[in-house]
Design a protein around this ligand. Structure first.
Ligand code: CP
Length: 314
């Protein structure tokens, strides 16, 4: 593995999941990363990604440097040939090259603007780091994907499934703010690589990028989709078609306890943070069906296996 910026960087998903679960069960720290440094740049807030990746690096024996790049760093210019007479003081060419002197792996979080779909799909920040850094780059959630979250989700489904081919339903839920499609995009992509029966359900106008969903079943009737589900992944995203817009705030899509009755006693997943009683009801989050904390714990092992692969470059 040279970089981990998208799910296409994974050669063998099952092997990676097995390795992550072995790391989880070993419960030992290693000296694998001794003398190596992880540098993390956050252009947006984080709790889980920041702390689980830092913990993973430290479990491998690495040093960690973290920077809130949006607040503490120089404003970056990404355009080649730019005449830099605006507020942007540093070009990505120097920034990525300098960071590569200090770090053995660079990890970056940069959300989309959700205004210009074409611009967001270029995923300029993460791709520019890949282009100009001379060390491996990890995506901590970019404009279009969240591959560390998706690997976590794949580990969690593998670990908790009770049947060989579980039914996994990704359901949209309401949210007061326009959110990126990164998490659902990567969740769909990773589930397409697994032996699961995947169904997506969302209101009209919320279908994800067809290049991501491909042949996956999309139902606009949540109740129909939830029938006999073994896992329900609840997540809000803004419209892809009417890019970045909130088209629907219908609380009938909130995941409430009654909906569990339609499922096969489903495990309920969410990447967190979750807006209680808007996205998922208290009664679900506080029930035995919720696996969101278990899922968040697996973030560490997903990050650990990726960092280990990048350090060994195998
Ligand atoms: N799931 C996730 O990425 O959480 P944070 O935004 O807190 O990192």
């Amino acid at each position: 593995m040279k970089n981990y910026t998208s799910l296409s960087d994974i050669e063998n998903l099952q092997e990676l999941i097995a390795e992550a679960l072995a790391l989880k069960n070993e419960n030992t720290s290693a000296s694998f990363g001794k003398g190596k440094t992880l540098g993390m740049l956050f252009f947006n807030p984080s709790l889980r990604t920041r702390l689980s990746t830092e913990k993973a690096a430290k479990l491998l024996g690495m040093e960690v440097m973290v920077m809130n790049a949006d607040k503490d760093g120089w404003a970056l210019e990404f355009e080649d040939g730019a005449v830099m007479d605006s507020n942007k003081a540093e070009h990505i060419r120097e920034a990525a090259a300098v960071l590569s002197q200090y770090c053995d792996i660079i990890a970056v979080r940069a959300f989309p603007g959700l205004i210009d779909r074409n611009k967001d799909e270029e995923d300029t920040v993460i791709n520019s780091f890949v282009k100009y850094a001379t060390v491996p780059v990890v995506n901590l959630e970019s404009a279009t994907g969240h591959p560390l979250q998706a690997l976590t989700d794949a580990i969690t489904v593998s670990e908790l499934k009770k049947v060989n081919r579980p039914k996994v339903v990704l359901t949209w839920a309401p949210h007061p703010r326009a959110l990126p499609q990164s998490v659902p995009n990567s969740f769909v992509e990773v589930m397409q690589k697994m032996d699961v029966d995947l169904v997506i359900t969302n209101p009209e106008g919320y279908d994800l990028n067809p290049k991501v969903t491909k042949e996956t079943t999309i139902l606009h009737n949540q109740e129909e989709a939830l029938q006999d589900a073994d896992f329900v992944y609840v997540k809000n995203w803004s419209s892809y078609e009417d890019y970045g817009k909130i088209l629907n705030e219908d609380r009938n899509w909130t995941f409430v306890k009654k909906k569990l009755e339609i499922t096969n006693d489903a495990k309920v997943m969410h990447c967190l943070p979750v807006r209680r009683n808007v996205v998922i009801d208290d009664a679900v989050l506080d029930s035995g069906n919720s696996v969101v904390i278990h899922q968040a714990n697996n973030r560490t092992f997903a990050a650990q296996v990726v960092l280990r692969r990048l350090l060994s470059r195998d």
